[in-house]
Design a protein around this ligand. Structure first.
Ligand SMILES: C[S@@+](CC[C@H](N)C(=O)[O-])C[C@H]1O[C@@H](n2cnc3c(N)ncnc32)[C@H](O)[C@@H]1O
Length: 209
C-alpha cells in the first residue's frame, strides 16, 4: 500500500472508513477485556474508538465512556453500534484530531487499542497528554502491534519496539505509576478479508499511584 505519510489524518481515516463496512465483530479487544473485566467501572476515555466495539463493551460493563476518533464516519458507525446495543446514553462520542485536541475530564481508564496510523502521528505525545488525565488508581492501557500479519499495512522491514522500549518512549514519571503489565501477548487474529494468523500485541498497563 502506498500511503503519503504527510497526508492529513482526518482525510486519511475518513477515506479509510468510507470504504469500510459499518459491520463490526461485536467483540472488544482481547487486551481490553483481559485487563479491565475485573476493575470497578468508572469513567473511561477511549482514544481512536473506530467502529465502537470497545466503547460498547465498556458501557455494558457499567463504564461511562468518552469515545474519540478523528473520523466522523467511524464515529457514526460507533454511535449506531451503541444504539443497537442500547448503551448510547453511557457513551459520549467526540471528534478530535488527537494531535490537536483531547476531550476535557479526569478518567479512571484511558484505553488506546491500536492507536496507530500510517500517516505522521506523534503517538507518544498524545498518550502522555492523556496519561495526565488519569485519576489516582486509574489505568493507562495501551496496546500496539508487535508483529506484522499478512494483512498489515506496515512495511515488511518494520522493526517493532520491545515492550520496555514502548514504555520508555512514553517518558512518564515512572515513580508515579505501578506496572501491571509491560509485555507481549500472542493471539490468533482475523484480518479484514477473513485471513487468519497469529499476532503479537505489545501491552503497557500502568496504574496511577
Ligand atoms: C488502527 S485503528 C484502531 C481502531 C480501534 N481502536 C481498534 O482497535 O479496532 C486506529 C484508529 O485511530 C484513529 N485515529 C488515527 N489518527 C487519529 C488522530 N490523529 N486523532 C484521533 N483519532 C485518530 C483512526 O481513525 C482509527 O479509528
Amino acid at each position: 500500500m502506498n500511503i503519503d505519510p504527510k497526508m492529513d489524518p482526518r482525510k486519511f481515516w475518513q477515506e479509510t472508513y468510507e470504504k469500510a463496512s459499518p459491520q463490526t465483530s461485536g467483540k472488544p479487544s482481547a487486551i481490553l477485556e483481559r485487563f479491565v473485566k475485573d476493575r470497578t467501572a468508572g469513567c473511561a476515555l477511549e482514544l481512536g474508538c473506530g467502529k465502537g466495539d470497545d466503547a460498547v463493551w465498556l458501557a455494558k460493563q457499567g463504564w461511562t465512556v468518552t469515545a474519540v476518533d478523528v473520523s466522523e464516519t467511524a464515529l457514526g458507525y460507533a454511535r449506531a453500534n451503541a444504539e443497537r446495543n442500547g448503551v448510547e446514553h453511557q457513551i459520549t462520542f467526540e471528534a478530535h484530531d488527537l494531535t490537536k485536541s483531547l476531550p476535557d475530564g479526569v478518567f479512571d481508564l484511558v484505553s488506546a487499542q491500536f492507536l496507530q496510523s500510517p500517516v505522521e502521528f506523534p503517538r507518544e505525545a498524545v498518550l502522555n497528554r492523556a496519561a495526565a488525565m488519569i485519576a489516582k488508581g486509574g489505568l493507562l492501557l495501551v496496546t500496539t502491534h508487535g508483529s506484522r500479519p499478512s494483512w498489515s499495512w506496515a512495511p515488511e522491514d518494520t522493526v517493532f519496539p520491545t515492550p520496555q522500549e514502548a514504555l520508555y518512549a512514553l517518558t512518564l514519571d515512572h515513580t508515579r505509576w505501578r506496572q501491571i503489565a509491560v509485555d507481549n501477548f500472542e493471539r490468533m487474529a482475523t484480518g479484514p478479508k477473513g485471513e487468519k494468523g497469529s499476532v503479537i500485541d505489545t501491552v503497557i498497563a500502568l496504574e496511577r499511584l
